[in-house]
Design a protein around this ligand. Structure first.
Ligand code: SAM
Ligand code: GLN
Length: 284
């Protein structure tokens, strides 16, 4: 006899809770294993799993019990209403980054109207920013870069599965986009200082790629690089949007104010009320 869905879920939930792990993972895993939506799963709680589903479910629960994020276990994350494939080459896209895109779109509507904006996403990872922007602003011409070939492979798959036409380039920060001028540059670079590693959740630290998380100079290295190189690369009007760590706002503001003394610079808070995003509007 195989287990019923609710029995397997309850057992897995208590095993995760005993280890202090997130119980929400169980529902996502069951949806993945059975191929059912959340609603249809709720209606089938008393159904029995097939033998194959039961085996797969418990194999994957073992991975969760090792602390692996559920998104890597099931191979995807939802972002801005779309599904993005993820593996251990890419950061799992975060809700704060949805706010970066939302804020950029609002400002672009005001600055560029419906112009065919030229957009670059630096350090694209899963492609979350580039693909989402292209889907939300289909007229945009979007280029996405990353230094990691493994990340670009996943980003390309995500562009394809979401039917978004994007130019991908491998290389260090703005080096692959020197050949043009840009209306909008977006980036969520690595921003965690190495010293902060000990404060981080083991689930992030042991499973997410360190080249997506950590940066030199107290986590500010990539903002300094962007502030140095972008003045030669922006159109006027132009917009830069970057995500940063919640204590870095004033340091990041200073780097961009020095690089763009005449620009209009704003710091925007995330839904948790923490400084998270800087927008730099360049008019002259
Ligand atoms: N944009 C994605 C997102 O928001 O979910 C991923 C952001 S992740 C925090 C930072 C990304 O920057 C990683 O994909 C990493 O490979 C890339 N990266 C790290 N160093 C880089 C460099 N020197 N030049 C370009 N990309 C870099
Ligand atoms: N927001 C991620 C975290 O808290 C870090 C992403 C980044 O460094 N850009 O783990």
């Amino acid at each position: 006899m195989t287990e019923r869905i609710f029995e397997a879920q309850n057992k897995a939930t208590s095993l995760l809770e005993q280890k202090g792990l997130d119980r929400g993972a169980v529902r996502l895993l069951m949806e993945y294993v059975t191929g059912k939506s959340h609603a249809s799963l709720l209606a089938s709680m008393r159904d029995s799993l097939t033998m194959e589903e039961q085996t797969r479910f418990w194999d994957k629960v073992d991975e969760l019990l090792e602390g692996k994020p559920v998104q890597y276990v099931i191979g995807s994350e939802s972002f801005y209403g779309r599904t993005f494939e993820v593996d251990n080459n890419v950061l799992i896209p975060r809700p704060e980054t949805e706010e970066l895109i939302h804020g950029a779109i609002e400002r672009c509507q005001r600055l560029f109207h419906n112009k065919k904006v030229k957009v670059a996403d630096i350090g694209t990872g899963s492609g979350a920013i580039a693909v989402t922007f292209k889907k939300e602003w289909p007229e945009a011409m979007v280029t996405a870069t990353d230094i990691s070939a493994g990340a670009l492979t996943i980003a390309m798959k995500n562009a394809e599965r979401n039917a978004a036409t994007i130019t991908f380039k491998e290389g260090d920060m703005t080096e692959p986009i020197q050949d043009a001028k840009w209306d909008l540059v977006l980036s969520n670079p690595p921003y965690i200082a190495h010293e902060e590693a000990e404060l981080m959740s083991p689930t992030v630290l042991s499973f997410e790629p360190h080249n997506a998380l950590f940066a030199e100079e107290d986590g500010l290295y990539f903002y300094r690089k962007l502030a140095e190189s972008l003045p030669h690369l922006m159109n006027k009007p132009g917009l830069i949007g970057v995500e940063f760590g919640y204590l870095q706002g004033e340091s990041v503001r200073k780097l961009f104010t020095d690089a763009f003394p005449k620009a209009f610079i704003e710091i925007v808070k995330d839904i948790n009320g923490k400084d998270r995003i800087l927008f730099c509007e360049i008019h002259e």
